[in-house]
Design a protein around this ligand. Structure first.
Ligand code: PEP
Ligand code: MN
Length: 466
């Protein structure tokens, strides 16, 4: 990667450092992360571009408001207490190119469709959250990628470099942070318009779901679909027509991986005097950057947003307790969500000791399952994929564990899209490996397609209703 680091002049290094320190108002501790070990960060090619980008980001308007972030914390607190369920879904990696009206709306539509089914199944409010409007930075297991004997830096998400396999595209370009900001802003704008402008009316969403059950492959979901239909017809016959049917709350989230960007969008809220990372409502820390004494945990411990942490199969109960002490020292319900991603074969064994330790400590976290990241395999024809049955098996394991321990399985975190892609294997209307050749579009991990996402929602709703 050294070939990408330009020979920076002393002046440009000074500009780099000045920009790094500016950003939002000075607030004690907000820059402590800079002196801590940090993983998975880019090596920006041009310090001057970096300095100018950070400077601009630090004065641009916030993407979300602190008041909305506080509302989300309350909603998540309800979920932590067993009174709501979180549905969080979207691409593994959003791209600038795919931020089109059609694709954004089909993803939002699919999440809303899943949410209706889950609301019925759980008889609880469902908190709707996209892995959207900011999911542009990706951790990678290797710094480089080699193709046909040529080695270039790995793709780290559109906020860092391009997917095209050329030296120019793979250079780490800090100017991309600005494009990520503006793409997030236009995505959020569309989401807000869709979800508050009548598009998301419950009765309309229910009509879309009829398309799913009309497919003969989904006949087994017909009785649940009929129950939902009866409930909605009953409501309509009673003349129910209130605001909550017409508008939905929809929150944004992404992995807070690129700390230069997150820090530059952090603002001090004038109402409370606390720092909020205004790049998104909810931010999570990935499995590869959750070391306790490292930069990511430190930075996120200092903002008021609700925070998630991914917990992989090597997590111990003590790790979880230490994360709670650092990220949720006041034991505030809604502040901390543990997103477990153990793998279908491990969840029933690995999750119980963690949940038991956390419960015994008196902390009240929200438990969410990510049934995707522990179940990635490579197909015979060389694609990164996941089997629908493994995904569903991990979800079932998650519910079983929480049921046996008397804790609440509070949410589902999935990589999904509203489009008819072929990236995950199986489902009732099955996707096979041959379909990958034509319809595999993800630039990172494989997503459930529209039908597979709805099928998952029907299956989960079926388990919740029991
Ligand atoms: C992701 O959510 O895309 C991801 C990389 O997850 P994890 O940190 O759990 O591996
Ligand atoms: Mn992923």
């Amino acid at each position: 990667m050294t070939e990408l680091s330009t020979a920076a002049t002393n002046d440009s290094i000074a500009a780099f450092e000045a920009a790094s320190q500016s950003g939002a108002a000075d607030y004690p501790g907000l820059d402590t992360w800079r002196s801590l070990p940090i993983n998975q960060q880019p090596t920006w090619a041009d310090p001057e571009v970096f300095a100018a980008s950070v400077k601009e980001l630090s004065i641009l308007p916030p993407l979300v408001f602190a008041g909305e972030v506080d509302v989300l914390r309350e909603r998540l607190a309800a979920a932590a207490q067993g009174k709501a369920f979180l549905l969080q879904g979207g691409d593994c990696a959003e791209t600038f190119e795919a931020a089109t009206a059609d694709r954004i709306s089909s993803r939002v539509k699919t999440i809303l469709q899943m949410a209706v089914v889950l609301t019925y199944g759980a008889s609880l409010p469902v908190i709707k959250m996209g892995r959207m409007a900011g999911q542009f930075a990706k951790p990678r297991s290797s710094n480089d990628e080699t193709r046909d004997g040529v080695t270039l830096p790995a793709y780290r998400g559109d906020i860092v470099n391009g997917y095209d396999f050329t030296p120019e595209s793979r250079a780490h370009d800090a100017g991309r942070m600005l494009r990520a900001y503006h793409t997030s802003a236009s995505t959020l704008n569309l989401i807000r318009a869709f979800t508050t402008g009548g598009f998301a009316d419950l009765r309309l969403v229910h009509q879309w779901n009829k398309g799913f059950t009309a497919n003969p492959a989904h006949a087994r979901y017909e009785s649940l679909a009929k129950d939902i239909d009866r409930a909605i017809t009953f409501m309509q016959s009673c003349g129910a027509d209130f605001e909550a049917l017409r508008r939905v709350e929809f929150f944004a989230s992404h992995e807070a991986l690129l700390l230069d960007y997150e820090r530059a969008l952090t603002r001090i809220d004038s109402r409370t005097g606390f720092p909020y990372d205004t790049s998104s409502h909810f931010l999570w820390i990935g499995e590869r950057t959750r070391e306790l004494d490292h930069a990511h945990i430190d930075f996120l411990s200092r903002v008021r947003n609700p925070i998630g942490v991914k917990l992989g199969p090597s997590t111990t109960g003590d790790d979880a307790l230490r994360l709670i002490d650092k990220l949720d020292p006041n034991r505030e319900p809604g502040r901390l969500t543990f997103i477990t991603r153990m793998g279908a074969g491990k969840i029933r064994e690995n999750l119980p000791p963690i949940v038991e330790k956390v419960t015994a400590s008196g902390a009240q976290v929200l438990w969410v399952t990510d049934p995707m990241h522990g179940n990635t395999v490579t197909s015979k024809n060389g694609y990164k994929t996941r089997r629908f049955d493994d995904v569903m098996d991990e979800v079932r394991g998650f519910f079983e564990v929480h049921e046996s321990l008397g804790t609440f399985p509070g949410g589902l975190h999935v990589e999904m899209t509203g489009d008819d892609v072929a990236e995950c294997l199986g489902g009732a209307d099955p996707i096979d490996e041959a379909a990958f050749e034509d319809r595999y579009e993800s630039v990172c991990d494989p997503r459930l397609n529209h039908m597979q996402s709805l099928e998952l929602a029907f299956l989960v709703a079926g388990s919740l209703a029991k």
